[in-house]
Write a protein that binds this ligand. Structure first.
Ligand code: NAP
Ligand code: ZN
Length: 367
């Protein structure tokens, strides 16, 4: 047994965790740039809670609320400029994966005079500003991962950067902030978390410790399936989804993701399919593709979910996620060419060729 397991985030979980642990904010810095999306910070109530605490602590702050969904290098460059102009010494990211990922890029660009694409060198002359991450979705786990995923128009896909310095220093996870999510965003992001745990469990980079965490995340998702199908989003279920998403984030912080994410990026880039939904559309066929190679592990996943077969899992996904986009064969071929060389493809244990990718797309999307 040989593996490395390193986390970089101190996580506080529970209702009121920001207010109850405000000393952590006081110890982080004196000038804060809050990085958030157009509506999620306000709608969730997290922005008000953060501002109240910053005022109580007499910490100066400025709000950058122009993070786009699936942020681009230009978008984070703009945020980096805002951090410099304000002379921020720490960043608080509030939102779903888009603002949290953006806050990592902003934390680097605030103190490094580099073009945004140089983020992908993953080596920065100056250490990034400290980041506090507050999720308002239960999906990406970005609050406990070092990754920042940006949309690369030059490559027509999405690509991550990140190193040990880009882990948020602190994460505050309060499930009340996820209550304002729409039905679709709740379901799509829950499915994203599931796909992190599943891909992390099956990738060639998995470890015994990440596997134990992955199975726990998958089993908690399994406990939520009936409620997700019946639109029963009470607070105990919101807490479970947030916890499962955090666990799944810890998994991919060690293992990365794999072909579901690599293939899903094309659906988001070319057709604007939300990130989690894109993964959900592909997951059953991904399990079928890998079954001959990893039967025990895939059986463990099904058992943890309390479903009998990949077919039953696929029909649950069909009920959970809405696919209102149709795809032509030409498009699927284009997506397959686009995805073939994505680095996540190489992390699948069983080798994946162009024809395999095209077949998974066809089976998943041409129903
Ligand atoms: P998102 O793109 O951050 O947000 C989706 C939508 O939901 C936005 O319109 C957002 O509003 C809204 N929203 C978020 N929280 C809300 C709340 N509590 N109440 C009301 N509306 C809310 O979605 P996401 O799925 O969480 O993140 C996806 C991004 O994360 C993608 O770019 C993906 O590639 C990345 N990702 C990162 C990792 C990682 O490890 N770092 C892992 C997986 C995925 P606003 O427009 O106001 O923000
Ligand atoms: Zn994801």
């Amino acid at each position: 047994m040989q593996f490395k397991f390193q986390l970089g985030t101190k996580a506080y979980f529970g209702i009121g965790c920001i207010k109850n642990n405000k000393k952590e904010i006081a110890a982080t810095g004196t000038r804060c740039l809050i990085v958030t999306g157009r509506s999620s910070g306000k709608a969730s109530g997290a922005l008000d809670d953060v501002i109240n605490v910053l005022n109580e602590l007499s910490i100066s702050y400025s709000v950058y609320d122009r993070v786009e969904n699936n942020p681009s290098p230009e978008n984070v460059e703009d945020g980096g400029r805002a951090a410099r102009e304000f002379n921020a010494d720490f960043i608080i990211g509030i939102g779903g994966g888009s603002p949290l990922d953006a806050s990592k890029a902003v934390a680097v660009l605030a103190v490094n005079d580099i073009a945004p694409l140089e983020l992908y060198k993953n080596s920065f002359p100056n250490p990034p500003l400290p980041i506090i991450a507050i999720p308002t979705t239960s999906g990406t786990g970005s609050e406990v991962t070092p990754y920042s995923i940006l949309t690369r128009a030059d490559l027509e896909t999405k690509m991550s950067f990140g190193n040990e310095q880009t882990f948020p220093k602190i994460a505050f996870l309060d499930a009340r902030y996820t209550e304002s999510m729409s039905h679709d965003t709740t379901v799509d992001t829950a499915v994203d978390a599931l796909s992190h745990a599943v891909e992390g469990y099956l990738t060639k980079r998995s470890t015994p410790l990440s596997d134990a965490i992955a199975i726990e995340a998958i089993s908690i998702f399994g406990q939520c399936i009936d409620n997700l199908l019946n639109n029963n989003f009470d607070m105990s279920m919101r807490e479970k989804l947030l916890y499962s998403s955090m666990l799944a984030g810890i998994v991919i912080s060690q293992t990365g993701t794999s072909i579901v994410h690599g293939m899903g990026y094309a659906l988001t880039y070319f057709r604007d399919v939300p990130h989690g939904r894109a993964n959900g559309l592909l997951m059953a066929e991904y399990l079928k593709f890998n079954y001959d190679n990893l039967p025990e592990k895939i059986d463990n996943i099904l058992r943890a979910l309390n479903v009998k077969s990949i077919e039953e899992f696929g029909s649950i996904m069909d009920k959970l996620i809405r696919n209102d986009v149709t795809f032509s064969e030409d498009e699927l071929e284009k997506f397959s060419r686009n995805t073939e060389n994505h680095k996540s493809i190489g992390y699948n244990l069983k080798p994946v060729k162009y024809d395999d990718i095209l077949q998974i797309y066809r089976n998943s999307l041409s129903k």
